[in-house]
Design a protein around this ligand. Structure first.
Ligand code: PXG
Length: 466
């Protein structure tokens, strides 16, 4: 509970309080302060309630993270018990505690292959930073310090700290806080609908993967430490790669002895219908990052899973790895994450996404929005989807720049009790994994209405512009 009871204050008072001192992430704070933030008051299952009493279906699971849904009181019980027992102790200086040790074992039990070694951090960005430092240090241990370039992709999101910003491929982020961290190269993203031209999906997937080989040869295979990618790009707009993409990436990494890193911050913990996105695409990374679904967002925690090859190099190398965070393996976060994974197992949530609600969701999405006049193309897998909104379906032409169709749609959704995220002109869905069929029906009933409203809004704007 906040010191102030939300319901005891009116919305405007909270907005004023917020505007006075709180600077928001990825936000034009000046503009927000004039308008006032939406105040979210409580949540249960897949629903949120705002301070005006509106009930909203959360089609984004918070920020892609509330996998097991809101209101899991068992997590609160675990957190309380752990806080009373040991609220904090670090995992530096040769100490540990049961929650961190148990969670490491539990994560290793669900990661594929030999990803059996776990390094903890507090956020996805910290996990990515850990990976950047770890892969570079790995090649130093292997006496190849020159092997330090990281290759990533345009429009990738790997967090917003210094390392993750540079590694990611978001132009708007690169433009701020220059200069970027050196030693990063980017290749194209496998966005077939938007960038595939006349190529078949399969041919385009191969072409994008082969861009990795071209880049490796350009900078020299001896200089490349790792290739880092999200199995499905999340914040970039839910870009689902062609089936031909990942096997070719895997082949190229092996050919040039480049470490393969999957950023599983969004795809991990069931989102694509397997524990991890790399399993959906049949590749075995050398390292992977995870956060969000690891604790269903109840407490901040992230981890890097490390395969035997890299972990053993560190274990056999007689020196410290000079890296870590105050909250690496935080006992309360670890205890809740442990409870979360155990609950995922108990409720068979991965199977539910893969064989039941995921296919139902994707089918319903196609049936409801596939033929909508705004829908250019739908990308989707498991319980995540991106819908490209276009002005002209035949030419894939978008709307004029002054018509921000994504924001118009997002606002209609919010007004009508649905959270959908807009990334440019792509609408994103990533609901809690526990969503029921009836709730999926409700989601698409609302989404259809909001697409219709958006269509009407953009037609009015277009007519006025004439
Ligand atoms: N990697 C990936 C693939 C992510 O999606 C991070 C790293 C960084 O995680 P932290 O915990 O440091 O935020 C992310 C985070 C959005 C949005 O608007 C997406 C993320 C974070 C904030 C907003 O889609 N992803």
């Amino acid at each position: 509970m906040s010191q102030q009871n939300t319901s005891a204050m009116d919305t405007q008072a909270i907005q004023t309080l917020d505007a006075a001192h709180h600077m928001h992430p990825f936000t034009n704070t000046g503009a927000l302060n004039k308008k006032g933030a939406r105040i979210i008051e409580k949540a249960e299952g897949v629903y949120l309630w705002d301070s005006e009493g509106n009930k909203i279906l959360d089609g984004m699971a918070g920020l892609w993270c509330v996998a097991m849904g809101y209101g899991r009181t068992e997590f609160a019980d675990v957190a309380k018990a752990q806080m009373n027992e040991l609220p904090y102790y670090n995992t530096f200086f040769q100490t540990s505690h049961l929650p961190a040790a148990e969670l490491a074992k539990e994560i290793a039990s669900v990661t594929p292959g030999d990803l059996n070694h776990i390094f903890f951090a507090g956020s996805g960005s910290e996990a990515i930073d850990t990976i950047i430092r770890m892969v570079r240090q790995y090649w130093c241990i292997k006496k190849k310090p020159y092997k330090n370039i990281l290759i990533s992709r345009e429009n990738a999101y790997h967090g917003s700290n210094i390392g993750g910003t540079a590694l990611g491929g978001m132009g708007g982020m690169h433009a701020q806080g220059m200069p970027m961290m050196p030693g990063v190269e980017h290749i194209c993203q496998p966005y077939w609908y938007g960038e595939g031209g006349d190529l078949s999906e399969e041919a385009f997937g191969l072409k994008c993967a082969q861009a990795l080989e071209t880049k490796i040869l350009e900078v020299g295979p001896d200089n490349v430490a790792a290739f880092v990618a999200e199995p499905v790009q999340g914040a970039g707009g839910v870009i689902v790669p062609p089936d031909s993409y990942w096997p070719e990436i895997d082949r190229i990494c092996k050919k040039y002895d480049i470490l393969l890193v999957c950023d599983e911050v969004i795809c991990g913990f069931g989102r694509t219908g397997n524990w991890f996105g790399c399993e959906t695409y049949g590749v075995q990374p050398d390292l992977m990052s995870m956060a969000k679904g690891l604790s269903s967002g109840y407490l901040p925690i992230s981890a890097v899973a490390i395969g035997d090859r890299v972990a053993n190099a560190f274990i056999e190398h007689d020196d410290d790895f000079n890296h870590g965070f105050t909250y690496s393996g935080h006992p309360v976060s670890a205890a809740v994450a442990l409870a979360n994974i155990q609950l995922m197992k108990k409720e068979n949530i991965i199977d539910y996404v893969k064989n039941d609600i995921g296919p139902y969701f994707q089918q319903k999405l196609q049936d409801t929005l596939g033929d909508h006049p705004l829908t250019g193309h739908i990308d989707g897998v498991g319980l995540v989807a991106g819908i490209a909104l276009v002005h002209n379906k035949d030419t894939k032409e978008g709307f004029p720049e002054d018509i921000d169709v994504g924001l118009i749609c997002r606002d209609h959704c919010f007004e009508n009790g649905l959270i959908m995220r807009a990334t440019g002109s792509r609408m994103i869905l990533s609901p809690p994994l526990v969503i029921s069929r009836a709730e999926v029906d409700e989601l698409f009933e609302k989404a259809k209405k909001c697409f219709d409203l958006t269509h009407a809004s953009v037609n009015t704007l277009l007519a006025n512009a004439e």
